[in-house]
Design a protein around this ligand. Structure first.
Ligand SMILES: NC(=O)c1ccc[n+]([C@@H]2O[C@H](COP(=O)([O-])OP(=O)(O)OC[C@H]3O[C@@H](n4cnc5c(N)ncnc54)[C@H](OP(=O)(O)O)[C@@H]3O)[C@@H](O)[C@H]2O)c1
Length: 323
């Protein structure tokens, strides 16, 4: 484990809480660390992808190495941990089930235990894919609805949730689905649609897969609120409405002034994807809305923030931190 001090964190007021973000080289972790760096003293954990010019501290850690969680906690002594690191590629999880089981299923419990032992707030990032998407009812899946993961990624993420709650009942498990700008420029469906459309490449869009995805910066704002609320247990953190993946692609094309006819409407069953997908992941967010007392962003509001971040140069800024 090696530490790379990038900017003078000693300039920060002593009152700032220390936030440890795992998976800081990933889509969520990096956006989260960048967005919350003024509110917290942020340390981001990367594994293989070392970044540069990040305006927060970085530390290397591989969760396959024994005692990594203990060492990170001892070194950083955070007040809050947000655990974003995972094997998040669905097809990679099918290919390497043992690794997926360990990283997505076992490691979250180890970090949750360490957080509890050291009285650190712990937020674990999970997924809408814990549901099979067969029947979410009219109002979408609630937190307590029956889970039934239908691929290795989802099974291991569900195990991770269970281990977290077993080891640390005060932890918060946020089930999410998000998109945003990343270093690799292809880590989210939003970026993939954008990149293909801007290069005038034809794409498929599933008309029979529905989701309540949220732009990552909206997600981060809500996670920050949940930290302040000291929320614990499972929460659904999604947009207040939903779209099919086809409609999502068409909305992106329209907002960015690109050619929506490049996207062909297709069924996921004809796509040849290796892992089975959950077709109907409409998520109910009543519990979160009750806690926060605000309406959550709609798909269109979320997309507007994705567009504004593009106009403000976020993709270029992220490229500069590139691996
Ligand atoms: N993307 C989505 O729409 C989506 C949907 C639902 C839930 N989620 C959940 O959201 C979280 C973040 O996803 P993401 O899309 O941001 O992931 P991502 O871009 O694939 O990033 C994964 C991160 O995990 C780190 N990591 C992987 N193996 C590691 C190991 N052995 N030790 C330490 N770090 C390791 C990676 O580090 P290096 O790259 O440096 O090796 C990287 O920073 C995950 O829990 C995922 O399951 C994502």
């Amino acid at each position: 484990m090696s530490q790379q001090h990038t900017m003078a964190s000693t300039d920060l007021p002593a009152s700032k809480k220390k936030l440890l973000v795992t998976g800081a080289s990933g889509l969520l972790g990096l956006n989260l660390a960048l967005q919350l760096r003024d509110a917290y003293q942020v340390t981001g954990v990367f594994n293989q992808k070392r970044m540069h010019q990040t305006p927060f501290e970085l530390i290397q850690g591989d969760f396959f190495v024994e005692n990594t969680a203990e060492k990170l906690v001892a070194e950083v002594q955070p007040d809050v941990i947000i655990h974003c690191a995972a094997m998040a590629n669905i097809d990679a999880c099918e290919k390497d089930q043992e690794k997926a089981h360990y990283i997505n299923g076992v490691v979250p419990g180890k970090i949750a235990f360490e957080a509890r032992r050291n009285k650190i707030r712990f937020i674990h990032i999970s997924t809408d894919a814990v549901f099979d998407g067969v029947d979410c009812g009219e109002n979408g899946y609630h937190e307590e609805d029956r889970t039934n993961p239908n691929n290795v990624y989802a099974q291991t993420k569900l195990l991770g949730e269970q281990n977290v709650m077993d080891q640390n009942p005060d932890a918060l498990v946020a089930r999410v689905n998000f998109y945003g700008w990343s270093v690799a420029q292809n880590r989210s469906l939003g970026e993939i649609f954008f990149q293909n459309l801007i290069q005038k490449k034809p794409m498929m869009g599933f008309t029979d897969v529905f989701f309540s995805t949220l732009y990552v910066q909206n997600l981060v704002r809500i996670l920050d609120r949940l930290i302040h609320e000291q929320a614990s247990g499972i929460y659904h953190v999604f947009s207040s409405d939903y779209q099919s993946k086809y409609e999502f692609g068409v909305s992106i094309a329209r907002r960015f002034g690109l050619d929506a006819s490049l996207i062909s409407p297709v069924s996921w069953k004809d796509s040849g994807l290796a892992a089975k997908r959950s077709p109907n992941l409409i998520m109910n967010t009543d519990k979160l809305q009750r806690l926060l007392g605000v309406s959550l962003p709609t798909q269109m509001e979320s997309l507007e923030n994705f567009y504004q971040a593009y106009r403000d140069g976020l993709p270029e800024l992220l490229k500069k931190t590139g691996f």
